[in-house]
Structure formats: C-alpha cells, structure tokens
Write a protein that binds this ligand. Structure first.
Ligand SMILES: [Cu+2]
Length: 338
C-alpha cells in the first residue's frame, strides 16, 4: 500500500532543498490518509501517533506528482497585428490529488485554463469552441471591453451552444494592465467551480518598477467540485511549490474564482500588496494575511530574505488542515540559498 502511493511521488521536499528537512520514508498510514484528508475533519478517534503519522505522510508526499498542469501561457498566432488565441471547452478527467480524479469542465484540457498573456494596446481575438453538454460564454473579468464582448448570455450575446464557436475581439486599453481572469458567465456557479476559469495577464507597455520581479506565481483559488479547496486546480500535497532564491522578488498574482473568501497567509516574511483588481494602489501596504473575496485579484510582492521552507496557506483552517493532516489550500514557498 505504501509503495503504491510512494511510486507516484517526486522526491518530496527533501529532493528540492536537500536532505534533512523531513525524514525519508512514508509512514504506513500514507495510502489511507490520501483517501481521508480531503474530507476535512473526520471525527475519527486517532491516537497521538496515528494523527502525527497522517500529518507526516502528507508533508513527505509534497509535491506529489499528478497528471495535468494549468496556468501555462497559451500560444497565439498573429493575424496582422491581432493576437489570435483558440480556446476549447471540454469535459475532462482531472487529477486534483494523488489518485483522485474527478470530472472537470476545462479550457484546453487543464484547470485552471492556460494563461492568456498580452500587453496593453494589443488587439486580442479569442475563438471559443464549446464541446460541453451545456451552452456557455466567456467573460473577461477585469478587462475593459466593448459591451458586445462582455460575455453575458442574453445581456450582451447569445449563449454559445454545444458545437458552436464564438469569436471575441477587443483591444486592451492603456491603463488596464494587471492580473485579470477569464471564466464562464453562464450557469456559472456550476461551470466556474467545475473548472471553466483561467488567468488573463496584461503586462504594462512600459514596465512599472513596482511590479518588477524575479519569480512570478499565479495563485488561482477555487472551491467546489474540483477537489474541494484548491490552488491552481490541485489539493495539497499535489499543489506546486514556489521556488525562489534568497534575494528574489516574488510576484504573487492572487485570483479567487471560488464561492468563498480565502485569507492567504504566508509564513516568515511579509507580503506587500501593490495592486487590487489590476489597479496599482496609491499606497502599497504590508500584511501577512490577505483576504481575497470571490472575483478579487491582488498582486503581492514578497522579498525573499530567509532561506527555508515557508508554509503558505488559506487561514480558514478547515480549508487547509484536518486531523488527517494538511490538505486543500496549502503550498510551500521554498527559498534556497542564492
Ligand atoms: Cu480558504
């Protein structure tokens, strides 16, 4: 049982930062623990050693290898000056945690969908093909677009019925840089939480030194049928670590696509919040926990000063840990010696 779990793993944290951070072997509780932890508080009576073993197994498994990775930049083609992106909406199987696969509704086969990354002033065309069993539409959340491109069925366009393709086209306005999103705006409580969501990043035409960074991490939060509480479509220990060196400036682009608030807490060093919903804040502020409501985006800069493994998680604790160990909205910021 232990072997069947461990063969799917990377070397865990020890492989990323050198031996010694955590022990070597998975505990005998590992396989059973994988099934139980996503359910949150189980109420099961555990001995001290059993509880500790569950916690140990989850941490040692991190980062656990699963199929599928979202948020990768989407390739485009050029039609003259127009950047052309193709998105297909498909029903897929999505492995949100080790050996835990659910039906998801995806853009281009991944959750979150691929990141669309453009620059202020670009004209963007997105061909959206609907292969779902329901109609859909795409809303460009945070982008200032012409009314008929806003993506709300019966308000600004007809729904995109199964088998149809709808083409969106708009020019990114000056001043509309930042961390935005694209997602379904049709039967959205189901369709977005099922996975029809993605990051839409607009880079500044003239880079703003406040946003300057060495490492970027897009952090898409979701809650619902795709693995419960997830970061970038995955549940701990299948979440991805953020890997930096001492001295790096880390830019975190938070995006909440879920139905609940999620206060994201980084251990060890402050986050400086520089932008909200894409708009640069006149006075950036420092915090260790940033509460992100559904639909909100925050850009945070972290100055990576102290090497080590720093826990990074939602501080609604039932979104992150149970008596069977950490799960859901948990990852680790790994800061290596430069
Ligand atoms: Cu949360």
């Amino acid at each position: 049982m232990v072997e069947s779990v461990s063969r799917r793993k990377f070397n865990g944290l020890a492989g990323l930062v050198g031996a010694g951070a955590f022990g070597a072997a998975l505990s005998p509780w590992a396989a059973k623990e994988m099934d139980l932890k996503a359910s949150g508080l189980t109420g099961q009576e555990l001995s001290v050693d059993e509880m500790d073993a569950y916690h140990e197994a989850g941490v040692k498994a991190f980062p656990a290898e699963t199929e599928g990775l979202g948020n990768q930049d989407l390739e485009f083609t050029l039609d003259g000056d127009v950047k052309v992106f193709d998105i297909s909406c498909d029903v897929i199987d999505w492995e949100f945690d080790v050996d835990k696969t659910v039906e998801a509704w995806s853009y281009n086969g991944v959750v979150p969908g691929p990141a669309i990354r453009v620059t202020e002033g670009d004209t963007v065309r997105v061909n959206v093909t609907n292969n779902l069993p329901e109609s859909t539409a795409v809303h460009w959340h945070g982008l200032i677009v012409p009314n008929n491109m806003d993506g709300v069925p019966y308000v600004t366009q007809p729904p995109i019925k199964p088998g149809e393709t709808f083409t969106y086209e708009f020019t990114i306005q000056e001043g509309n840089a930042g961390s935005h999103m694209y997602h379904s705006h049709h039967n959205s409580a189901k369709q977005v939480t099922m996975g029809l969501l993605g990051a839409f990043i607009v880079e500044e035409a003239t880079p703003d030194p406040v946003r300057e960074h060495d490492v970027e991490w897009i952090c898409v939060l979701n809650d619902g049928p795709i693995g419960g509480y997830s970061i970038n479509g995955k549940s701990f220990p299948a979440t991805q670590p953020i890997v930096c060196n001492v001295g790096d400036r880390l830019l975190v682009r938070y995006m909440n696509e879920g139905l609940m608030i999620h206060p994201m807490h980084l251990h060890g060093m402050p986050q400086t919040i520089i932008a909200q919903d894409g708009w640069m804040l006149p006075t950036p502020y420092m915090c260790d926990t940033i509460n992100i409501a559904p639909g909100q985006r925050f850009d945070a800069i972290v100055e990576c000063k102290d090497p080590g493994l720093w826990a990074f998680h939602c501080h609604i604790l039932s979104h992150a840990e149970s008596d069977h160990g950490m799960f859901g909205m948990v990852t680790v910021l790994i800061i290596n010696e430069a």
